[in-house]
Design a protein around this ligand. Sequence first.
Ligand code: HEC
Ligand code: HEC
Length: 279
Amino acid sequence: MKLQNAIAAAAILSFAGTMSFAQDDNELSVDGQLISTEADAPAHMENVGTVYSGWRFRSEDTQAMQMDDFDNSGFVFVDDGLSLMASVDGSEGKSCASCHENVEDFAGLKAKLPRVNDSGELETMEELVNTCRTERMGAEPWKYSGSQMTAVTAVIGLQSRGMPIDVAIDGPAASFWERGQELYYARVGQLDLSCANCHEDNYGTMIRADHLSQGQINGFPTYRLKNAKLNGVHNRFSGCMKNVRAEPYADGSDEFKALELYLASRGTGLSVETPSVRN
Ligand code: HEC
Ligand code: HEC
């Protein structure tokens, strides 16, 4: 790291403290349903032994909000998502519900995404939704991380709550996964920091007033207290890149999709928590 960058990083970062959790209990209980917030790291992770959900690093107040769906403001948006799915839109006169009558049928999907489709492309939940809109409804695609998209992907993700993340990273997924890994370890921006510098080397420490987590994505879309709405996963990547003064990739870009696959694989075994509550 160049000296100038090191000084800038030190001023912004000042990592402090040792590994600690707001709550050492690894069981997150949501309305009686037990959700595991740690797992043995998958074999491909060389520098980390245990993976932890971001929930473990939040304050007890923030944790409590996620333990009761009534207190979890993400559910206001889940309700919006359910209305959107029942609304007719586009030239074919159809709603999502015309073809997907029971949202429960989406159970398990979130735990397996992103995945490679029959055409060899890596596809995300947002893309699956927009494909149905453009090709099956004759409707305009939704903005990748916009409010309609996060509301509907929260409804779909919620159907997998409690299920372990288990994405395919071999076969046709391997090259995307390798690209994601490369991006995770690449130092970027004026501060010359990689995702790993914060989320692998320093999780558990404080960065200013924030308790650094492993940057897991099992809870997305996430309700953030900071902006009082649901936030898509690429939007979060973008925010972290801006924080190190890097030019972020676009939401829905090949780079962010590859990074998403790689990060999902780093959370193998963690439960889907959609919609989680974070700072
Ligand atoms: C005209 C019928 C139709 C409409 C309307 C429709 N879909 Fe689909 N959708 C399908 C079909 C067919 C598939 C592919 C087969 C399957 O996996 O069920 C699919 C697949 C999906 C998938 C991937 C499911 C999986 O397990 O791979 C998602 C997610 C999805 N649709 C969401 C939506 C949403 C959200 C809407 C409304 C914005 C919508 N769909 C509207 C017919 C439709
Ligand atoms: C300067 C340190 C820093 C860097 C570098 C950084 N982040 Fe973060 N990130 C944070 C902080 C602080 C938070 C909020 C607290 C937390 O959950 O760690 C956060 C949160 C996150 C979250 C949300 C976790 C959750 O549980 O909701 C994800 C995902 C994430 N980062 C991904 C990334 C990715 C991908 C990169 C690389 C492109 C990256 N971050 C780079 C500091 C950083």
